[in-house]
Design a protein around this ligand. Structure first.
Ligand code: SF4
Length: 443
């Protein structure tokens, strides 16, 4: 049973020392009861109390990890329903499915580009989560081997207990796949297999009561790591099931549903409908998403959506302030200026680099804000630009001192001329996409 705030308070030191950043132990206890803070923030909890508080401190959605050869996908560990309440912690993994009645060559041809796919998005490497291998009356063992010939990404194994056992025998001893799925018909055999291989187990059910009942039976087999697999496949059915499960876990502390979720957008068959379902699954609480089609274009869109939802909304993604070289600039080339918000930096750098134009890029410290936001907040003004230009020794890089302000901050040009009297201050375009034409025509 989860503890109430008052019960937790009685186990805390009650000294109100404030080291946890809360004004009182009671305030900290209330946050702990709401799963909005970690117990580790209080350094003075006794070992005995810590043991009793472990349940209260545990996230309402249990973390479940599958891994292989240093690659891992972690689901769960979430504490809020909405990103703006704090943040989401465990980005869902995208898995591409192959079937055991496909030939080895067919499987390898499908899996290889999935394993090789890495794309840079504002300084982050985005890649696929892994491969799902599903039994369909073929040779399950051979299918697993074909996958492992071309990639070491984590696996989801889908089939009967007998089929999965054959596949498990082919895997390295230190890898942990997800086994799919325990149902009301096969749960005892699947539980035995999950126990033998110490692997997390997906639990499939058509409604919440059936799901919770099945989890309870499986917990009775000394298993702890589950992934919930709602049977619903329609957009509304899947949305309702995922949302109900997550609300019950986080709002009601209902531990039988406090596990990550797996969804199967690939089951709809059509690649377009598959993508819309995957988008919904990313937005609404799925941790393991099984697709049938791999297309780099749609994979990129899904991974960027995921990245945007699973970054901390209170910490803008940033690049380090400094001087960046675009296309090996020389002493005659201009200085462009922008802020250290990653998307702003990469917009400017990508436009200039893709056109092969050499330039220096001065990135100021604007606490990760975009140009207009930073300017409005007083984090991007003439004084700051001049200070950073001097701090990073911009004048030492060039003989022809030209500095280009973003067009939206043209108002700063007069002040910047006063701050940097040896420089020619120019006003560039408002949008990064117009920079190459501006550089060719004006600079
Ligand atoms: S750090 Fe611990 S003892 Fe200090 S106020 Fe917070 S909960 Fe209380």
């Amino acid at each position: 049973m989860a503890l109430t705030g008052i019960q937790i308070y009685k186990l805390l030191p009650q000294t109100n020392c404030k080291e946890c950043d809360f004004p009182t132990c009671l305030a900290f206890a209330m946050k702990l009861a709401a799963k909005q803070v970690e117990l580790a923030k209080c350094p003075y909890v006794s070992e005995e109390s810590a043991a009793q508080l472990a349940e209260a401190a545990a996230p309402p959605v249990r973390p479940v990890v599958i891994n292989s050869n240093g690659n891992e996908v972690k689901g769960g560990n979430e504490i809020v329903l909405f990103r703006h309440n704090k943040r989401f912690f465990s980005p869902p993994g995208l898995f591409i499915r192959v079937y055991d009645d496909q030939s080895g060559e067919e499987i390898k041809a499908k899996v290889k580009p999935v394993g090789d796919y890495v794309v840079d998005y504002v300084g982050m490497d985005l890649s696929m989560g892994g491969i799902a291998v599903q039994a369909r009356g073929g040779d399950f063992c051979a299918a697993v081997e074909a996958v492992r010939d071309v990639t070491k990404l984590p696996l989801i194994l889908i089939g009967s207990a007998e089929e999965l056992k054959q596949g498990l025998e082919k895997l390295a001893k230190d890898e942990t796949p997800l086994l799919c799925s325990a149902t009301t018909q096969n749960w005892e055999a699947m539980a035995a297999l999950a126990k033998e291989y110490n692997a997390p187990l997906a639990v499939e059910a058509g409604n919440i009561d059936e799901m919770a009942g099945l989890v309870k039976k499986l917990e009775g087999q000394d298993l702890k790591d589950f992934v919930l697999a709602p049977k619903q496949r329609s957009l509304i059915g899947s949305l309702t099931a995922n949302t109900t499960i997550r609300r019950m876990a986080i709002k009601e502390n209902y531990s039988l549903l406090g596990f990550p979720i797996i969804n199967f957008p690939g089951d709809v068959g059509d690649p377009i409908r598959e993508v819309t379902r995957a988008m919904q699954a990313i937005g609404k609480y799925s941790s393991f998403i099984v697709l049938d089609n791999f297309d780099p274009a749609t994979a990129y869109a899904l991974l960027v959506l995921r990245a945007n939802l699973y970054t901390d909304p209170q910490e803008p993604i940033q690049v380090t302030p400094g001087i960046y070289e675009l296309n090996n600039p020389g002493p005659e080339d201009p200085f462009l200026v922008t802020t250290n918000f990653s998307i702003t930096y990469f917009s400017v750098a990508n436009e200039v680099e893709s056109m092969g134009l050499p330039a220096w890029l001065l990135v100021t410290d604007s606490e990760g804000m975009s140009v207009l936001t930073a300017w409005a907040a007083g984090k991007f003004d003439a004084e700051i630009i001049a200070k950073d230009a001097k701090q990073f020794k911009a004048a030492d890089k060039v003989t022809k001192r030209r500095i280009v302000l973003p067009g939206h901050t043209a108002v700063l040009s007069g002040e910047l001329e006063e701050e940097l009297p040896d420089w020619e201050v120019k006003v560039g375009p408002k949008e990064a996409v117009d920079l190459p034409a501006y550089m060719k025509e004006v600079l």
